[in-house]
Design a binder for this molecule. Structure first.
Ligand code: C5P
Length: 312
């Protein structure tokens, strides 16, 4: 073989080896991207969600959260908070001297499928027989004064996370995460006091003085996450999103697969509950954009991004 031919053979084989290496690398790369979870479909990879979902918005408030002044101002208006940003930061620091400084939710993993049930309080759960289906999910998130006793067949028995604010607080089992949605600074003060000396302040509705729950499982939602839920998921419709809707967006961020139960007004357009008779016949959906929230859930269900169980 002449030296020219030898050179050609050498160059060719180097090029082929290089090509093979590149192909192998891209193949591997694809594999890891496509299997960030072990479900049939992983929410974080759904391209139909990409224009709304912003995974960089941190759902949890922590000692390290760097809340922008703009987000604080948005949050301040929700329930007419008069105290300023400096005071807010001081109270946040006090909160995380007592509660876990940053919650540690299960992270996405190629070998696991984190399925979640978000259970709203709609009357449409009555007679639904969804209990088993709800309990079958890894994470079951309930909210406010949700009841279980006497409703097991329809709503299940498991609660891994219970969302609340002071005016809707209930005692929890030792293994359930208390997820606080703060709407004003008093809510953060309440959290501290309800676990320690007792809270004796006044609000627009009666507030529990003390709460029975596991202090090590407390999580607090980041006001910036609430703002993002309103802006990105509801196009700023209504005064601000309902607790149930923000809980739903929260689930999209911590789960690979989301199953939604207990959302939807009754035939008169009121947000009545499965566990009590409606007293205020003019309730409608309060100051929340209930129709729009429902439409968003329906659209995501039609696009097969979530499973939406509409009850009876
Ligand atoms: O009434 P409550 O706020 O406790 O209900 C929890 C959540 O469930 C609401 O914030 C709302 O998102 C949802 N809900 C609903 N339809 C109802 C009742 C409640 O969508 N009839």
């Amino acid at each position: 073989m002449t030296s020219r031919v030898k050179l050609l053979v050498f160059l060719l084989s180097t090029a082929v080896t290089g090509l093979l290496l590149v192909l192998q690398f891209t193949n591997r790369f694809h594999l890891t991207v496509l299997t960030s979870c072990a479900c049939e479909k992983c929410l974080s990879e759904d391209s139909l969600l990409s224009h709304r979902m912003n995974l960089s918005v941190e759902p949890f408030l922590s000692a390290k959260t760097n809340l922008s002044e703009e987000a604080f101002k948005w949050w301040q208006r929700l329930q007419n908070e008069k105290r300023d940003f400096q005071f807010f930061k001081k109270v946040v620091n006090n909160v995380f001297e007592i509660f876990p400084s940053s919650p540690n939710p299960r992270k996405p993993h190629p070998d696991s499928c984190r399925t979640c049930a978000v259970v709203g309080n709609s009357v449409n759960l009555k007679g639904s027989h969804y209990g088993q289906l709800i309990d079958f999910q890894d994470v079951v998130i309930r909210m406010n004064s949700a009841k279980i006793k006497g409703y097991e067949e329809d709503v299940g028995t498991k609660t891994t996370h219970h969302v609340m604010y002071p005016e809707s607080a209930v005692d929890l089992h030792n293994s359930t995460h208390l997820v606080l949605f703060p709407f004003k600074i008093m809510d953060l003060e309440w959290l501290i006091k309800a676990f320690t000396t007792g809270f004796y302040g006044i609000s627009y509705a009666p507030v529990k003085t003390k709460i029975r729950a596991n202090k090590d499982l407390v999580m607090v939602i980041n006001p910036a996450f609430m703002k993002y839920s309103h802006e990105s998921w509801l196009e700023k419709k209504g005064a601000y999103p309902s607790t149930g809707f923000m809980t739903f967006v929260f689930a999209l961020h911590i789960c690979d697969e989301v199953h939604v139960f207990g959302f939807g007004a009754d035939s008169d357009g009121n947000w009545s509950h499965y566990f009590e008779l409606l007293r205020n016949k003019k309730l409608k959906t309060g100051q929340h954009p209930g129709h729009h929230e429902y439409a968003v859930l329906e659209q995501l269900a039609n696009e097969k991004i979530i499973k939406f169980y509409k009850g009876v």
